[in-house]
Design a protein around this ligand. Sequence first.
Ligand SMILES: CC(=O)SCCNC(=O)CCNC(=O)[C@H](O)C(C)(C)COP(=O)(O)OP(=O)(O)OC[C@H]1O[C@@H](n2cnc3c(N)ncnc32)[C@H](O)[C@@H]1OP(=O)(O)O
Ligand SMILES: CC(C)C(=O)C(=O)O
Length: 573
Amino acid sequence: MLKQPDTKYRSFPQVGLRDRTWPDHVIDKAPAWCSVDLRDGNQALIEPMDGERKRRMFHALLDIGFKEIEVGFPAASQTDYDFCRMLIEENLIPDDVYIQVLTQARPELIERTFEAVRGAPNVILHLYNSTSTVQRRVVFGMERDGITELAVEGAKQVQALAAEQPETRWLFQYSPESFTQTELDYALEIVDAVNAVWQPTPEKPVIINLPATVEVSTPNIHADQIEWFARNVQRRDGIILSVHPHNDRGTAVAAAELAVMAGADRIEGTLFGNGERTGNVDLVTLAMNLYTQGVHPGLYFDDINEVVRLAEYCNQLPIHPRHPYAGELVFTAFSGSHQDAIKKGFAAQAKDSTWEVPYLPIDPKDVGRSYEAVIRINSQSGKGGISYLMERDYGMTMPRRLQIEFSHVIQKVTDDTGRELTAPEIWEAFRQEYMDVTRPFELVDYREGTDADGNDKLTATIRDNGEERIIAAQGNGPIDAFVAALSKHTGVDLQVADYTEHATNAGANAQAVAYVEMRGPDGSSLFGVARHGNIVTASLHALLNAVNRLAGRSVLDDAGDEELKAARKETTA
Ligand SMILES: CC(=O)SCCNC(=O)CCNC(=O)[C@H](O)C(C)(C)COP(=O)(O)OP(=O)(O)OC[C@H]1O[C@@H](n2cnc3c(N)ncnc32)[C@H](O)[C@@H]1OP(=O)(O)O
Ligand SMILES: CC(C)C(=O)C(=O)O
């Protein structure tokens, strides 16, 4: 790159529209949309669409709700010509839909274009020629007058040929191509000259399309250009003012939105912004942006994944995983604080009320996406996300301290492996850590009862390092009795620090989940978890799992009654 880029590039001049009004406007209704996927999108593909792909794209565009579809440049290629004929001859164009066809202002091309659309019910005949200073000089070698004459002659021919096909409802469209690089006064002059031929009125309007053929300025300057043009053009009330932004600076969406605020009635663009170079403006994003402001765009993306598949198939180009509203990852949070906020947001979100889930600008369900992928776990994740998955996929509502404890377990795995963990992998880690901990103690059987004084009593058969032992004690309920029996057996003072339980599935398959946090003699505490159809059984298993985890950390060896511990060692040797 140059050290001094100003020797090669210059900043784009201001329009000088001091009394601009567009910044105060709010978009409260959708513009008219025109899809140019089959023309501008198609002409930018490595391999242009064949007939079958074009047909698929056309039907999908109808399903989405487009009423204006540029189907090709029929004078340019036989495929485009044949496609046009096929749509007409097979009656595939609904009555309320206009097909649009593009032609240069060259007599033989205009003629062939009219041949291509003969018999169509509604046609937008789109005439263009480039008007920019550089193209006038370099491509056409003409002064302004010559370029204007080209457009005017083209407009006359279009008018004359349309008159020969009265069975078709015609809308004429003119584009001063490269509008944004054309002096505004000249763009105005040439459009007025074309309209002097077409004589548009509110009853018989024309489309004047102002393309940002190459995006060359910030969107505010584009908006100034549009407002200036809309204020100064003659016969404004007979003009459907259209924009056609490209995305060279990556700001086509913003440019289109500001252009609508500045007076544009219509936008040409493509699905996901396919098109020349960096693409045309993305109509999916524009439509969904409107939707998030409570304005229905009149385009329907209820199953956005299907639209992604269609675009990828027809264009043979992938959609980026972070593409707005549609990418695979756009409704996914990996980072802990985002996950925590989303989890709380979901819990607080009342049905049928204003959407207010942090980090999710829209409800994924509105575009046919599930909540499945909203939270995914890697080393950036925290307890909120992990417990969300555990609850959503496995029905485990972990107590807060267990959430914290388990998140450290997962953090270690994700840090060690450096990769994402799936929900089944998280579940497996949970089971290994909290549920399948059968050494040294394992519950074989137990019996509840009462002693002569009416106290609860529990007699249990356990395996201690594989050896069966019978332990028994009284207590204030079965859990208390079991803790007492275990303390006696191990010679260690064990205590329940926390106990939570809940049911998982309802009905005949209902299972109880017990979370027991046990405190060892050194004051440290760990959780054990178990599921069972019987809540007492689940609790005793969970308790033993917690004790086993304490034992695994040698907590049971460090304190307690030496005599009893020795006895235990002897009996289990
Ligand atoms: C910004 C856009 O996207 S505009 C649409 C662009 N799309 C396409 O070009 C795709 C289809 N195009 C094609 O297949 C071909 O360009 C065709 C069939 C239309 C024409 O092909 P060719 O006649 O071989 O000429 P070529 O493409 O080289 O066109 C250049 C000539 O057309 C002239 N020309 C270019 N655009 C226009 C126009 N809008 N109106 C009148 N003349 C034009 C040029 O000045 C040049 O003239 P010259 O030969 O006297 O120097
Ligand atoms: C023909 C015009 C509208 C065009 O495609 C462009 O300028 O990008």
